[in-house]
Design a protein around this ligand. Structure first.
Ligand code: NDP
Length: 386
């Protein structure tokens, strides 16, 4: 019998379950790169479209785990030495967490987790786990690769349009009873003809490029590995050997690379200075990729025309985090990868990973981040330990 410790975000303030806006969601069976969507043996402990990413939703895992004799603890109390998370960590064999409300699994916490064997990220992005410490402790780390890539790509497109067209301030004017069109449009442009560049063109970055193509933007990217020539041709892409070259050339920059030690704060004052005046920056990758206060200064000086994203550090962000109030921001809490559509897939993928683990069958290679003491699967191509 295993103890499974699961950290999820709190329930809606008005109670659980919510009244849903729609009765169903489309069924997605596969992704653009040919990977199939999660295929657990099941049954699923939820109806796709249900809110399963919060504490009462339990990712729909309780029936499966308890039927097989395992113990499931679900909490949102994750920070500090007196938290429920730290209380249960020493006996847990499996930790399930997600990036939206991350249970930071530091080297110190891993040292206390003597029984821990498997860490599952219900979602994508396992940087809240110290991957080097996990590798040293021979803990397997897996995430549900692909499950919310399109959810994030759609969010990026939404944020680009809302910043460039000045949507949020114009909406505020409408809500507040105003009609001053000049105030709405004095910062409103069309994206058509602008230059857009993504720093990293992995699953999400490429999906963003594909979605922007019909808008008539000029598309740029940089990535350690070039895309296939036919993809570059299809999307008429300009490849840049590094981020510096890309940011000088474009009007809108999108960050989509993973966070690991050497990418921390890589988007700093010097990089911002290389951007065109009036450029926009979108970051749905990780808050720590950028220098927090350099972003605030660039918006205040007018060098950046807008910054939007959903990733912060730490999470949840404190009430006085300057990104909540800096000018021309389109920030949301960390939500892009946890739409009801996304969570149906990452909950199913979490079940698939648990089934593989308990059945003693291999976890899909694309889900692996760390295994047998080294970066493995997707982890080996997308992350570095330094
Ligand atoms: P992928 O692994 O598919 O793509 C990551 C890409 O980043 C790869 O192409 C990789 O290059 C590239 N890369 C790695 N290091 C660098 C670097 N130093 N400079 C430029 N490119 C680099 O991941 P996804 O596209 O699925 O996700 C990307 C990130 O987005 C995640 O790591 C996560 O942090 C974030 N994310 C956020 C979500 C949200 O809800 N906001 C949800 C999902 C993900 P290569 O492999 O070619 O070497």
């Amino acid at each position: 019998m295993a103890k499974v410790l699961c950290v999820l975000y709190p329930d809606p303030v008005d109670g659980y379950p919510p009244k849903y806006a729609r009765d169903d969601i489309p069924t997605i069976t596969g992704y653009a790169n040919g990977q199939t969507a999660p295929t657990p043996k099941g049954p699923l402990g939820f109806k796709p479209g249900d809110l399963v990413g919060c504490v009462s939703g339990e990712l729909g895992l309780r029936a499966y785990l308890e039927k097989n004799g395992h113990e499931l603890i679900v909490t949102s109390d994750k920070d500090g030495p007196d938290s429920e998370f730290e209380k249960h960590l020493p006996d847990a064999e499996i930790v399930i967490s997600q990036p939206f409300w991350p249970a930071y699994l530091t080297a110190e916490r891993i040292a206390k987790a003597k029984k821990l064997k498997l860490v599952v990220t219900a979602g994508i992005g396992s940087d809240h786990t110290d991957l080097e410490a996990a590798a040293r402790a021979h803990i397997t780390v897996a995430e549900v690769t692909g499950s919310n890539s399109i959810s994030v790509a759609e969010h990026v497109v939404m944020m680009i349009l809302s910043l460039v067209r000045n949507y949020l301030p114009s909406h505020k004017i409408a809500v507040e009873g105003g009609w001053n069109i000049a105030d709405c449009v004095e910062r409103s442009y069309d994206v058509e003809g602008m230059h857009f560049g993504t720093i990293a063109a992995g699953r999400i970055g490429l999906a963003v490029l594909r979605r922007l193509k019909p808008f008539g933007l000029h598309l740029h990217y940089t990535d350690p590995h070039r895309l296939a020539p036919e993809v570059e041709k299809e999307l008429d892409l300009t490849f840049h050997p590094d981020a510096e070259s890309l940011v000088k050339a474009v009007d809108i920059v999108n960050l989509q690379m993973p966070l690991y030690p050497s990418t921390e704060h890589f988007f700093n004052e010097a990089m911002l200075a290389k951007m065109k005046r009036g450029a926009y920056l979108i970051n749905t990758a990780r808050g720590k990729l950028v220098e927090r206060d350099a972003i605030v200064r660039a918006l205040e000086s007018g060098h950046l025309a807008g910054y939007a994203g959903d990733v912060w550090f730490p999470q949840p962000a404190p009430a006085d985090h300057p990104w909540r109030t800096m000018p021309w921001n389109g920030m949301t809490p960390h939500i892009s990868g946890t739409s009801l559509s996304a969570q149906a897939r990452y909950a199913a993928g979490t079940l698939e990973i648990l089934e593989s683990w308990f059945d003693g069958t291999p976890i899909r290679d694309e889900y692996l981040i760390v295994d047998s003491g080294v970066l493995a699967g997707t982890g080996a191509t997308s992350y570095k330990l330094t």
